[in-house]
Design a protein around this ligand. Structure first.
Ligand code: NAD
Length: 407
C-alpha cells in the first residue's frame, strides 16, 4: 500500500486544494479554501445526485453507497436528493434540465453526476437533446473551471495502448475553460452562403476576464503541483487564441515561480501521445480542453477510471466522471464505476474540504485494484473480471474491510 498511497499523493497534490475562487468581481479573483473539514459546525451535507442516462444510474449508485459508508466512518452525514437530468428528464418533463433540478442543485453543497445521453434522443432537436441539459447545468451553476486529472495507475499500466515506458508515471492535470468559447459563442446557427449553399456556423469568442480567471486558476493549481503550466492555444490562426496568449503572458507576471510554456493545440495533441510526461498542468479553452482531456484519458488506459471536478466563483461544484453514458453497455452490469467513485472523492476534497474522507476513497480504489478486481474495460489476463455491482461491493470492502459485502 505504500506505493499506492504515494501515487495518490501525487495525483491529489494538496490536501487543502478546495478551489473556489472568491466571488470577487475584480479581474483578480483569489483562490480561497473551503475548510469544512476543519470546522465542527457543519458535517451534514446536501448532495444533489444526477444519475442521468445509460450507465449513469449504475455508477452513481456505487458512488453513493461508497460516500454513505465513508461518511459513516468519518462522522459525516450526506442527504442525497436525486433529480432528473438529460434523457431521463426529457422522458418525464419534456426538457433536458428541469428548473427544479437546477434550483435543487444550486441550493446543495455539491452535485454528483453520472452521465447523460443515448441513442433514443440522438435525433432530437438541439434544445431537446440530453447534452443541452448538461451544458445548461454547467452554465446555470457558473462552473467555469473544469479539472481533469489523467493518471496512469501502476496496476493498469498495460491497459494503455501506449508503451509502458511512455506512460509510466504520467500524472497530469488538464484545466479546461468550461462556460465560454465556441460551445456558447454567438452568433451560431445555420444559414445560406452567397452561392445558395447551406452553412453551419459557430463563434469562438472569449472576453479577457473569462481568460484571466481560468488562467489564474490554472496557475494556482500548477503551483500546488510541479510548478509547470502549459497553455494550449491556436494563436497562429485564431484571434480568440491570440487574445488568450496575450492574457496568459500578462498574468504570468503574477506567478514568476511557475514555469510557463505555450503550445499550439495540434502540437499538444501530438506531444500527449509522444511524451506525456513532459506535462504537469495544462490550461486551455473549452473545445481544445474537451478534446485533449479525452486524449489524455486514453493514455491512461480507460476512460472508465477518470474523474473530473467543475467549480466556479461561488456555489456548489459539479463532480462527474469524464466518460459518457456508454449506451453500448448500459444495463449490462459492465460499467466501470471507478471514475464516478473517484469523482465522489474529488467532491469530498475539492467541494467539501473533507480531505480525510476523500483519502479513504482514494486508498480503497487502489486497494481494490491491488486485490486484482477489474471491470471488462480494464481487464487483463490474471486479474478477476467483475461487473459494476460487484466492483462496488469490493470497493466497499476496501473502504471498511469489516463491512458486509452486499449493501
Ligand atoms: N458528460 C457526459 O454525460 C457525457 C460525456 C461524453 C458523452 N456523453 C454522451 O454519452 C453518449 C455516448 O457517447 P460516447 O459513446 O461518445 O462516449 P462514452 O464515454 O459514453 O463511451 C465511449 C466508449 O467507452 C466505453 N465506456 C465509457 N464509460 C465507461 C465505463 N465507465 N466503463 C466501461 N466502459 C466505458 C463505452 O462503452 C464506449 O465503448 C452520447 O449520447 C454522448 O453525447 C455524455
Amino acid at each position: 500500500m505504500a506505493a499506492s498511497s504515494l501515487q495518490f499523493k501525487t495525483v491529489f497534490r494538496s490536501s487543502s486544494q478546495n478551489f473556489h475562487l472568491s466571488p470577487n468581481k475584480s479581474s483578480k479573483p483569489s483562490l480561497v479554501r473551503c475548510s469544512a473539514a476543519s470546522s465542527t459546525s457543519k458535517r451534514n451535507y446536501a448532495i444533489t445526485l444526477l444519475p442521468g442516462d445509460g450507465i449513469g444510474p449504475e455508477v452513481t449508485t456505487v458512488a453513493k453507497n461508497v460516500l454513505d459508508l465513508v461518511g459513516s466512518l468519518e462522522g459525516i452525514e450526506f442527504n442525497f436528493r436525486e433529480m432528473l437530468l438529460g434523457g431521463a428528464a426529457l422522458d418525464v418533463t419534456g426538457v433536458p434540465l428541469p428548473d427544479e433540478t437546477l434550483s435543487v442543485a444550486k441550493q446543495s453543497d455539491a452535485i454528483l453526476l453520472g452521465a447523460i445521453g443515448g441513442y433514443k434522443w440522438d435525433k432530437n432537436e438541439k434544445h431537446l437533446k440530453p447534452e443541452t441539459g448538461l451544458l445548461q447545468l454547467r452554465e446555470g451553476l457558473k462552473v467555469f473551471a473544469n479539472l481533469r486529472p489523467a493518471i496512469v495507475f501502476p496496476q493498469l499500466m498495460d491497459a494503455s495502448t501506449l508503451k509502458r515506458e511512455i506512460v509510466e508515471g504520467v500524472d497530469l492535470m488538464v484545466v479546461r475553460e468550461l462556460t465560454g468559447g465556441i460551445y456558447f459563442g454567438k452568433p451560431r446557427g445555420f444559414g445560406t452562403d452567397e452561392n445558395g449553399e447551406e452553412t453551419g456556423y459557430n463563434t469562438e469568442i472569449y472576453a479577457a476576464y473569462e481568460i484571466d480567471r481560468i488562467v489564474r486558476f490554472a496557475f494556482e493549481i500548477a503551483r500546488k503541483r510541479h510548478g509547470k503550466l502549459c497553455s494550449v492555444d491556436k494563436a497562429n490562426v485564431l484571434e480568440a487564441s491570440m487574445l488568450w496568449r496575450r492574457r496568459v503572458i500578462a498574468i504570468a507576471q503574477e506567478y514568476p515561480d511557475i514555469e510557463l510554456s505555450h503550445m499550439y493545440v495540434d502540437n499538444a495533441s501530438m506531444q500527449l501521445v509522444r511524451y506525456p510526461k513532459q506535462f504537469d498542468t495544462i490550461v486551455t479553452n473549452n473545445i481544445f480542453g474537451d478534446i485533449l482531456s479525452d486524449e489524455a484519458a486514453m493514455i491512461t488506459g480507460s476512460i472508465g477510471m477518470l474523474p473530473s471536478a467543475s467549480v466556479g466563483s461561488s456555489g456548489p461544484g459539479l463532480f462527474e466522471p469524464i466518460h459518457g453514458s456508454a449506451p453500448d453497455i448500459a444495463g449490462q452490469d459492465k460499467a466501470n464505476p471507478f471514475a464516478t467513485v473517484l469523482s465522489a472523492a474529488m467532491l469530498l476534497k475539492y467541494g467539501l474540504g473533507e480531505d480525510k474522507a476523500a483519502e479513504r476513497i482514494e486508498k480503497a480504489v487502489l486497494d481494490t485494484l491491488n486485490r486484482g478486481f477489474r471491470t471488462a474495460d480494464i481487464y487483463s489476463a490474471g486479474t478477476k473480471l467483475v461487473g459494476c455491482k460487484q466492483m462496488g461491493e469490493e470497493i466497499m470492502k476496501s473502504v471498511e474491510p469489516q463491512v458486509p459485502a452486499a449493501v
